[in-house]
Design a protein around this ligand. Sequence first.
Ligand SMILES: [Zn+2]
Length: 84
Amino acid sequence: MSDTPLVWCPGCRPEADQIAEMLETLWCGTHMPERAGADDGAVSFGLDPGTEAEQSRALCAFVHRDRPAMGEGLLSDRPMDAVG
Ligand SMILES: [Zn+2]
């Protein structure tokens, strides 16, 4: 058959013989393993890169803001009270 597909999604056709049919593994959007791109190209998933970055930044700011705020408050509260 000349209509033999060169690409092959293991999720769509698990019974296909990749080696015998000389298929090139190409996951479709449904079966694409997210782990593979989670570390590398998760940005190209359709989500706005800016959104994720903004969320990360907001969370980072919140986390880093909470720590010094608490330590500073506890530390500066005592000397201030003692002095004042
Ligand atoms: Zn598939």
